[in-house]
Design a protein around this ligand. Sequence first.
Ligand SMILES: [Zn+2]
Length: 360
Amino acid sequence: MGEVSFISLPFQPMKSMKTPFYFSTAIMGEYLASLFDGEYYLGINSLHSFKQYSDEECNEFVEKFDFINRKKIYFDADYIEPIKEIIQKLYVAGDIQIRTESTAVCDCGRAEITESEIKRFNEINMDMQLAGEDEEGLKCRVCGNKLEFKLRKSLFLKIKEEELNEKMNIHPDYLNSDVNHFRKSLQGSFLRISRERNTGVVINLDGQEFNLDIDMLWKFIPICIESSKIIVVSSVKHLFPLYIINYLAKIMDKEVYFVGLPFIQTSEIGEKVMDFYKDNAHRNSLRLLVDLGIGWNKKNIMLQESTCKYFMSSKDKNNELIDFIYKAKVENEDWNLMKKSIISYTHLQRVIGIKKLQNK
Ligand SMILES: [Zn+2]
């Protein structure tokens, strides 16, 4: 059993990797694992409600991460049985219940959203994904048909106030104030964990069959990892799922920590950076570039071209943080990001309860 495990949420196998989003998450996961001498779990989403990925598609996708040396690949499908066991336990304990709720559904089977979910999505200003609203009412985003309300029986996770109000161990710190409005909207509510449509993962409870929601299923994975310390590394774009994982961990008495990374939006610069990173000669300085360049106190980041160019031309492979900062001749804006990063490190160590950074 590993001492410290950093885990990224399962990536969906995509043919084109224009966005540096997955790569930067994987780079940071590996980087943090090396700093704290831990394992890095890189996840692949092979299950999907609408499309089952072939082994070939998954393998092709995994190959894109060949340049990440320190990793353990996991598939969401590997965790189906342990997750079903957890759900069974939670059902017996009364934390998971069978309920019939008014649900807006589409004939095509894609859009499916309960009245209380609609209310919550509106409160926290979150996208309803497969359903959208216009002046005519709720519509399915897949086929465009109007949604109709019907009574549907589903599995729900009962949200308990005690665990909901516990502090989330997340870095950077400002994200803790961001999760407060999730807390308010979830108060006294039920979270749906099954779907009417066939998701390919069926659980039988008291002789009734339910299709588990794949987007809910992978949220149980971090609590299934065998390690004395679990740290989920993810983009802050996924703050709501992270908060749900935090809640699941609390009710299962597991300690899970979180690192929220900014979302990198530029593709062109990002791609250049990733190409250079894949070249081993540049590994050390580029790790730092991704780490410092993205900064940890912003939600959305554009990598500055000047910073990228500086790193790409750098002959000095010494990646020790302080050394780098003294040597760097960079613009003011970048300098401020770096100062923030040092503060971030101190906070990160405190949040995840690990004192020493490895001296790489
Ligand atoms: Zn539809």
